[in-house]
Design a binder for this molecule. Sequence first.
Ligand SMILES: NC(=O)c1ccc[n+]([C@@H]2O[C@H](COP(=O)([O-])OP(=O)(O)OC[C@H]3O[C@@H](n4cnc5c(N)ncnc54)[C@H](O)[C@@H]3O)[C@@H](O)[C@H]2O)c1
Length: 324
Amino acid sequence: MTLKVGFIGTGGVAKGHITNLAAIEGVTISAFCDLQLERAATAAKDWKDAKAYSSITEMLDDRKLDAAFVCVPPMAHGEAERALIERSIPFLVEKPLGVNNELPRQLAEQIAGKGLITSVGYQWRYIQSLDEAKSFLESGCIGMALGYWLGSMPKVPWWRVQHLSGGQFVEQTTHITDLLRYLCGEVVEVYAAYGHRILHELEEGANVADVGTVTMKLANGSVATISNSCMLPAGHKTGLNVYTGQGVVEVQSNGSRIVRNKEEAAAPFALTPNPRVFEDIAFLDAVRTGDPSPIKSSYADSLKTHEVTVAANLSAATGKPVKL
Ligand SMILES: NC(=O)c1ccc[n+]([C@@H]2O[C@H](COP(=O)([O-])OP(=O)(O)OC[C@H]3O[C@@H](n4cnc5c(N)ncnc54)[C@H](O)[C@@H]3O)[C@@H](O)[C@H]2O)c1
């Protein structure tokens, strides 16, 4: 059976998923929705019998879909998810789940009530070598983790505005926070310090913090610090290192390695060139079979990552540690 898929939001990240789906057997994209209808129409041209819409309900009333991809910016969540939940249509939604906790918590309850299959765009979890790294960490005692997302400001217009994107920690560094949870377990307390150094002078309308560092305590007694900056002229480094008595796990955006000695410290990372393709395959397999087990990041689990990042924002604003 060929799965019929719809897209809500057809900007930058949607293009990545669409390219992946074009190479996966047994799936077709039959509907594209974007507030900017011309974007949806451009995407629809490449797919047989696909239609473009500017209204989510019009799209869902017109086309019978087996699954949907929600690729809207952080402040635009809500309408799409509610419409999909109401119609019991499984969906993959891009991170972050929103800009605060209220809406994602409501949606998580509704999703659980329906038992709906969901996936969230935390594609770092699908780095193939991560399974081995995770087993290695589970067999020893994790001491601490250091994570970082150091780069420049993404140019999409909503990103620089705090109430539209949630800021860098919620919007971008959420990937590293999610990886920390995936590899090391739950975060129980955060303390954050953010700064506004130069971005607001360089980029019109920018009011997000351009540097920040977040210290975390984990349930297992380990500690972590994740730092981010978006004030650099170009991308510098993204990743997470986890330190144990038996060695170090190093993860970058498309690969990981375990370093137990000097030889392994000189070895290359085991790369997964496009982890998102495995995320998409896992979601579509789950939809096809009704078995969600291939999905590494459900809405309910991702909500916990999101709550950690929102707590970091709260801590930075109040100057106080926040318990989760
Ligand atoms: N997983 C990843 O690594 C990754 C990478 C990039 C972006 N993202 C996430 O994907 C989301 C979108 O990012 P992007 O770079 O594609 O942004 P974008 O601005 O390029 O595209 C967003 C599109 O959504 C449309 N849109 C906005 N509100 C809508 C609504 N209510 N209904 C229908 N369409 C709507 C906009 O018109 C736009 O075309 C963001 O949350 C971002 O964090 C994830």
